[in-house]
Ligand binder design. Sequence first.
Ligand code: NAG
Ligand code: NAG
Ligand code: NAG
Ligand code: NAG
Ligand code: NAG
Length: 397
Amino acid sequence: MRSCFFNPWVVVSLVLVLPVLLSLRNPRGEPENTITQTTTSFGNVKLANTFPFQFNQRIRDGSNLEYDFYRDTCPQAEDIVRSAVTDIYFDHRDLSPSLLRLFFHDCFIQGCDASLLLEDNGGGNSSSEKQAIPNQTLKGFDKIDMIKEEVEQACPGVVSCADILALAARDSVLLAGGPFYPVLTGRRDSHQSFFEDATDQIPKPDDNITRTLHLFNLRGFSARETVSLLGGHNIGRIGCDFIQQRLYDFQGTGQPDPSIPLDFLSQMRQNCPDNKNISSSSTDKLSTTFTISKPTNVHHSNKKGMSYMEALSAVSSGASFDTHYYQSLLRGRGLLFADQQLMAEERTARLVSAYASDDGSTFRMDFARVMLKLSNLDVLTGNQGQVRLNCTQHISS
Ligand SMILES: *[C@@H]1O[C@H](CO)[C@@H](O)[C@H](O)[C@H]1NC(C)=O
Ligand SMILES: *[C@@H]1O[C@H](CO)[C@@H](O)[C@H](O)[C@H]1NC(C)=O
Ligand SMILES: *[C@@H]1O[C@H](CO)[C@@H](O)[C@H](O)[C@H]1NC(C)=O
Ligand SMILES: *[C@@H]1O[C@H](CO)[C@@H](O)[C@H](O)[C@H]1NC(C)=O
Ligand SMILES: CC(=O)N[C@H]1CO[C@H](CO)[C@@H](O)[C@@H]1O
């Protein structure tokens, strides 16, 4: 059982880690000829695929992160994270979307510094990122705590929560059938959490395309990177809370979003009944859809809501990390308003079509690349920040 499970890792590692090792032996070298350029055309869109990653450039990308940063101080760290993530994944198949969201939210606000994990913001102010509005529906904090505890047992006080989250997110994406991407390490943890930023700057489910592109652009993401990053919605479920207004009271009109095809509207409404029309006990059930406290078994607590797989049941290929998100959007079957808005502007719509029109390899390549970029966003390194012993609490000096 176990060894089957690890097979993809071995293959992928061999293919992708080898160039890293090669480039490490030649740290000053220019990007080598291991890079192959292919260009694919989709109508009038051209997408250039570069493969494998340009490791040499990444290693000197200015973030001061390193490949295998813990090789001397805690050589087993990455193995511990990977095996813990694998163990948890067996019981909680929604681990991958949970960790992906956690990681995204952490990186998006002041960089990948584990500020999201803090219980308080370090300034005696009880408003942490974790408590900010977009965070109400995040889960997986407890899983990161579990992994951190295992790492602490092996190497006390060495491995940052920010690195653990970055590695765990990557490992869980791979387990869910997503692409592998290298995660450099050496991140440090923040002293504080950022409540105000968290509420203002996290893209929201009902943001229009202008707003979404603007928020991603503030973080240095291009339209193409934004479209590929949203492909993370290929996995996981969208909780009814996020869709409720779109289905019953779009922008305060008391009507559904008129752009939703009628058959899809009724399918969505079946999955997510109007919560004003149901008893308080079932409202409780609805609101637990995405809370962090419940055991996160997809078969039980996570019933309410919809996945992109369900949105497109007729055309689904069965694989999860493929093109079905983009295919849904092409058919007007986006679950979130913000998802469907990708079709509202020409340049993003063209990217959606492009990602939907091959076997998924263009999307997967771009997704891997954008995850690598996200992972290195505004990281703390060197003497900045600290290494927390407990991810929920900063260490006061
Ligand atoms: C605490 O956080 C709130 C955000 O709700 C902010 O308004 C307030 O200024 C913060 N106080 C301090 C001392 O940082
Ligand atoms: C998009 O949303 C922003 C606010 O979030 C609003 O100011 C803007 O007018 C909207 N644009 C369109 C085209 O609806
Ligand atoms: C409840 O549902 C009924 C029929 O589906 C509808 O007519 C009514 O407006 C709903 N009430 C609210 C408060 O949404
Ligand atoms: C971390 O701190 C939280 C909050 O004080 C506590 O509940 C938890 O048990 C701690 N974890 C570990 C591993 O000590
Ligand atoms: C996970 C988490 O900390 N959720 C919090 C989100 O924010 C609300 C209040 O804004 C808290 O009540 C939740 O506990």
